[in-house]
Design a protein around this ligand. Structure first.
Ligand code: MG
Length: 375
């Protein structure tokens, strides 16, 4: 293992697992977390969950699984450059979207609306719920029993109410402290990954054009540079070349700015990072502004594109129907969920229904909808 910086997460300064376990023989504890995540059911299901484009719209687009792998790839590069824990960074990246519903953000919004009277639904909290409770695989403990730092990285945001129920893990949202650097890196790697792959997917889907994209300086600067070197490059290669340069630009800037921040703050431990009073993992102000501008552009021209909005309406109807049906007739769910739903009050029942629906892939949600309609 490469030498870790004093401010990196490591096994000696870790807050450990909720249930103590003997050490692994051939792996570090964060490697073990990553492996548990890769072996879990929720991880495999990401392959059939929407990122932006609903899975059946085409095989070429990113899904939650390929998105998570791209996040991990970017985050690991940054982690290694900063002497942080690479396996921890990878584990957080691969787990960060485990709680996503089918049908992307339209699915999340709909399920949240269905759960309005029952405490709401939040995909980030759900990711933690998946690794802490819903993946019932191991004989000796509930969930995957991950290390504190992995769970800290998965839980990116949290309401004060939820934070109070989470004990030690929720404290930082009440005291407004920061997570470790591996978590901070993954957070920005997530945003960098989707900004870039959504440009690619959006262009390929014909929803955004090169002319529109050139209005964004992050894209436009690289467009001009590539065109100057390769005037005749066809569009597919052109856009790929631009995107790889955009990723390089933003990631390099992120590493350099973060190095400056670390130098200025000189944290000597992960606890010093947590108490630093600000995030140390950052882009420079100039690049951050370009990054945010591109994000807003994609929001307007891609995520809210009318073709996507049509899809959103269909998705809402499917999930609302499923929720109402399972709430009304719990036996429509598999036995383990049906039994759990019968154990508590209405709020507890709604949570079981939300867990069941959130775990579905896009196509399973559609086939369940068809099945229930036929009954
Ligand atoms: Mg993500």
């Amino acid at each position: 293992m490469a030498d870790l910086a004093p401010y990196a997460a490591n096994e000696e300064n870790s807050r450990g697992r909720l249930y103590e376990e003997p050490a692994a023989r051939y792996r570090g504890e964060y490697q073990r977390d990553r492996d548990r995540i890769i072996h879990c059911t929720a991880f495999r299901r990401l392959v059939y969950k929407t990122q932006v484009f609903v899975n059946h719209e085409g095989d070429l687009y990113r899904t939650r699984l390929t998105h998570s792998i791209e996040v991990a790839q970017i985050a690991r590069t940054v982690a290694v450059a900063l002497d942080l824990s690479e396996p921890l960074t990878e584990a957080i990246s691969l787990a960060h979207d485990l709680g996503h519903t089918p049908f992307g953000h339209a699915g999340q919004d709909t399920l949240n609306e269905c759960m309005r009277d029952y405490g709401g639904f939040e995909h980030n909290m759900q990711s933690l719920r998946v690794v802490d409770r819903l993946e019932a695989k191991y004989a000796d403990f509930p969930g995957l029993n991950l290390m504190f730092e992995t769970r800290e990285g998965i839980l990116k945001h949290c309401s004060a109410k939820n934070a109070r129920e989470l004990g030690e893990l929720g404290e930082r949202f009440l005291h407004r402290t920061q997570p470790g650097l591996e978590a901070q890196v993954t957070d920005l790697a997530d945003a960098i990954a989707y900004n870039n792959h959504d440009v690619d997917d959006g262009f390929r889907a014909g929803l955004i054009s090169l002319e529109q994209l050139r209005t964004q300086s992050l894209f436009g600067d690289q467009y001009d540079a590539v065109r100057a070197l390769h005037p005749d490059l066809e569009d597919r290669r052109l856009i790929y070349e631009i995107i790889r340069r955009m990723i390089d630009r933003v990631v390099s800037d992120l590493i350099e700015q973060t190095r400056r921040n670390i130098e200025a703050e000189a944290p000597d431990s992960i606890d010093a990072v947590r108490g630093a009073g600000r995030r140390l993992v950052e882009m420079s102000p100039e690049v951050y502004e370009q990054h945010v501008s591109l994000k807003r552009f994609l929001m307007k021209h891609l995520y809210q594109h009318e073709k996507k909005l049509e899809m959103t309406a269909r998705v809402q109807a499917i999930l609302e129907d499923l929720f109402a049906s399972f709430m009304g007739e719990t036996s429509l769910m598999p036995a383990e969920f049906a039994n759990a739903a019968e154990e508590g009050d209405e709020t507890a029942r709604a949570r079981v229904v939300a867990d069941y629906i959130a775990g579905m892939t896009d196509r399973f949600a559609m086939s369940e909808h068809t099945r229930i309609r036929a009954t």
